[in-house]
Design a protein. Sequence first.
Length: 380
Amino acid sequence: MNYKIIAKDGRAKRAEVSTVHGTIQTPVFMNVGTVGAIKGAVSTDDLKEIRTQVELSNTYHLHVRTGDKLIREFGGLHKFMNWDRPILTDSGGFQVFSLTGLRKIKEEGVYFQSHIDGHRIFMGPEESMQIQSNLGSTIAMALDECPPHPATREYMQNSVDRTTRWLERCKVEMARLNSLPETINQEQLLFGINQGGTYEDIRIEHAKTISAMDLDGYALGGLAVGESHEEMYRILDETVPYLPEHKPTYLMGVGTPANILEAVDRGVDFFDCVYPSRNGRHGHVYTNQGKRNLFNSRYELDHLPIEEGCGCPACRSYSRAYIRHLLKAKEMLGMRLCVLHNLYFYNTMMEEIRDAIEQHRYAEYKAEKLAGMTAVQAEK
């Protein structure tokens, strides 16, 4: 992997990450396809049409549903889902730790029950790396513990210390797997995860510790889990400077367009979130004038596209009135068009962000974008 900073504007970074599956232009929003598909009947051909750079899938869900060994037999996730661009696989840590009552955390790893059929599963750092190696993703995430919010200082410190020990084990196992001739992707990259909740001193110390491990990239986890946006921005302000500037920085599970604009301003490169697809499936669409709810009766006779001037497949061909009709009739096409529009909106916003950083006008762009998106109050 090669990470090259092309331009900086304040703390905002415009960079390129070269990988075995192609070059990623950052800042980038990764489109979330949890089980190897974007929810809303979106194909990989669609993803290319809306200029998606990176697809994100989930280790836990692919392990318990289809099975990583079956996907390995198919030649890996890229071949399985017919996608030749970068894929990032989340380690499954967040999903496992959200199974409160169904899991038990030990030093060796996590024992849990599948949310699908209840069968007992064990996942430790080595198992997470093995599953992700079977999937052959471009970037693998280290297994971490995602602590609850809020958590006591004592719990948080113990959790972060365990995450560090697990990261060391992930690094050793990833190196072993990448050395094997039968491994699908011998150039699989490993990103470590910074934890610490809203305790900035724990976050900073952990950032220093994992930075010394010389990983391929660094993520901030355990944010957007209940704390305020202001708390999240404060943690980014305090923590990101202690992560290596010459490596990619990834804010996990974030977020709204406003969250992304603010985090880019604090040096973050990578983002992912289910918002654009989840909201789209419920008829909520993002525009430069705010978020619209197409179920609203005001769109019943509206001849305009979701957003005038938008080049997405929905806006090129269909009116708000027709898409509203599809949603009301529970036709899948309605959901699909809204999801495509939202993902296109996010991907296009990231292109605008990259251009603004290169032109050293990011502060101006951010202010204009935020002002525009709040011009119309988000509809319920």
